[in-house]
Design a protein around this ligand. Structure first.
Ligand code: PLP
Length: 394
């Protein structure tokens, strides 16, 4: 049986073109890019090339790109850098729905005496911009807001938020791990100071990321050591993965249109069909501006984890909550922040598509899910008690 992979916000397959580009750096081209001889110098040139490709998809210049090991490292570096360079500023502004790479770090910083403001979201997952505006103070060292939410795909107006921060001289960081390659980004026209990107969400391998740092932004490295990345991130370069990420960025630019037309249409059909075939189901964040590939659907009075187990029998891969939080039976912090009722939040499944998904994949999922939900509802005490009041298909 084929695997129907609809968990691309958790990770993506390495594109064959990307694999082909990186393989020589795992076999013959193993020189250290810092070495003086040609065998190393050639690799340095390939890294330069990858940096240019990565800069292009962001509308940045190559010197503004720092290669890191992952999105989490980029997030940690950005926030810690701003706190170091901000000296005695003790306030951080973020949102209630950030990825743990930001959220857990902020929880730790709170224990160390920093003041954290988490901006709330409404029922559709939209950021409360009034509360955001009010939260900015002369003591704010950094704002860190995600561009697009990994669980719901809801897009935050980060450009507007960055301009507000800039007016007050506050560093603005965005976790764009889910946004890059799915929606156009042009940092040359933006007030964003720092941006995080992760290779494995973009058909590059795991273990490579980028932190963009705008020219002129004060910066303090997280990893101190060698002179690599212009002294902004010590450690011998992960050459194969850097080259892979460059290629993945190039590919993503050429596929952005497919992502926003064909993939969006697949996602929309999946949603419409599931909502019409499964009563008491709803789209979380459906009323907000969203990524084209993501849908988060709640099926009332069933357990998301149980849905995943039954889907697994058909080799359908998706998530309940985010990949990083599944395994815990608590509804996700994102759905709780949106005020999704308990019996709905528990039964949520995130499908995240990619350019590799087909009409047949969607047909298969539409065919299997209604019976899976019915099977679970037949066993559910909540459902037998009448469940929560909710109009079919809302
Ligand atoms: N930020 C967001 C929004 C994510 O979705 C993820 C991964 O799920 C990360 C950060 C962490 O990225 P990485 O897995 O590369 O550390």
């Amino acid at each position: 049986m084929n695997t129907i992979y609809m968990d691309n916000n958790a990770t993506t397959r390495v594109a064959p073109e990307v694999l082909e580009a990186m393989l020589p750096f795992l076999t013959d081209r193993y020189g250290n890019p810092s070495s003086a001889y040609t065998f190393g110098g050639e690799v340095a040139r390939d890294i330069r090339d990858a940096r240019e490709k990565a800069a292009l998809i962001l509308g940045a210049s190559p010197e503004e790109i720092i290669f890191t090991s992952c999105g989490s490292e980029s997030d940690n570096t950005a926030i810690r850098s701003a706190l170091t360079t901000g000296r005695d500023k003790m306030h951080i502004v973020t949102s209630r729905v950030e990825h743990p790479a930001v959220k857990v770090l902020c929880n730790e910083l709170k224990k160390q005496g920093y003041r954290i403001t988490e901006i709330p979201v409404d029922r559709e997952g939209r950021l409360d911009m009034d509360r955001y505006r009010e939260s900015l103070t002369p003591d704010t060292a950094i704002v860190s807001l995600m561009w697009a939410n990994n669980e719901t795909g809801v897009i935050f107006p980060v450009e507007e938020a960055a301009r507000m921060a800039k007016d007050l001289g506050i560093i603005f960081h965005t976790d764009a791990v889910q946004a890059v390659g799915k929606i156009p980004i042009d940092l040359s026209k933006s007030a964003i100071d720092m941006l995080s990107l992760s290779g494995h969400k973009l058909h590059a391998p795991k273990g490579i990321g980028i932190l963009y740092v705008r020219k002129g932004t004060k910066f303090a490295p997280l990893l101190i050591g060698g002179h690599q990345e212009g002294g902004r991130r010590g450690g011998t370069e992960n050459t194969a993965s850097i080259v892979a990420l460059g290629k993945a960025c190039e590919l993503a630019s050429t596929r952005m249109e497919d992502e926003n037309t064909r993939v969006r249409a697949l996602r929309d059909r999946l949603e419409t069909e599931l909502l019409s075939r499964v009563p008491n189901s709803r789209i979380n964040g459906g009323g907000a501006q969203r990524l084209p590939n993501t849908t988060n659907i709640s099926f009332e009075s069933v357990e998301g984890e149980s849905i995943l187990l039954l889907m697994d029998e058909f080799h359908i891969c998706a998530s309940s909550g985010s990949a990083c939080t599944s395994g815990s039976l608590q509804p996700s912090h994102v759905l709780r922040a949106m005020g999704v009722p308990f019996t709905m939040a528990h039964g949520s499944v995130r499908f995240s598509l990619s350019v590799y998904n087909t009409e047949e994949d969607v047909d298969f999922v539409i065919d299997k899910i209604p019976a899976i939900i019915q099977r679970l509802r037949d066993l559910s005490p909540f459902w037998k008690q009448g469940g929560q009041v909710c109009a079919p298909g809302t």
